[in-house]
Design a binder for this molecule. Sequence first.
Ligand code: S3P
Length: 170
Amino acid sequence: MNLVLIGMMGSGKSTVGKLAAAKLKRRFFDSDRMIEKEQGKMIAEIFESQGEPAFRELEKSMIRRLMNETDAVISTGGGAPLSEENWKSFLNGTVIWLKASPHVLHERLNRGGSSSRPLLKDSFTVEKIAEILKNRTPFYNRAGITIETDQLDPEESVDKIVRLVSTGKK
Ligand code: S3P
């Protein structure tokens, strides 16, 4: 079964996903990085030149293809769970929400990730992050497993994932 990491920008999906894959001896895929590689453009450039709807189509196609993997760890972009089509793809996986509160997400993104996030280009504030998170929470809540990451460093989140996977418990 694939492990699919979902959650907001700055929730640590890529960092935690990579570490978890290494620990579990699974392959790791990051849908955003795969899209960038395939398109030869950064996500921000795709938003700029083609618009968000075009990016969402590329994202759906990439997630569909990635879910053909078996026993991989797959990190998705923060907006992926808003698509019903992506949830159909996620059926072939265990979906894990890396949950974090707005001020923690802001702090993490402030350490270097805010400029590459087109959705925060015009307003990189705790309030904006809180608004996006509020709108998305019903979608993120569909995950089978939720990990509260506010108090955890990436290694601790990985340990939780490894334990959950090996015991099969939430
Ligand atoms: C997005 C999150 C980004 C990227 C794009 C849109 C979003 O990925 O897919 O900028 O809608 O939240 P990360 O969650 O990895 O930052």
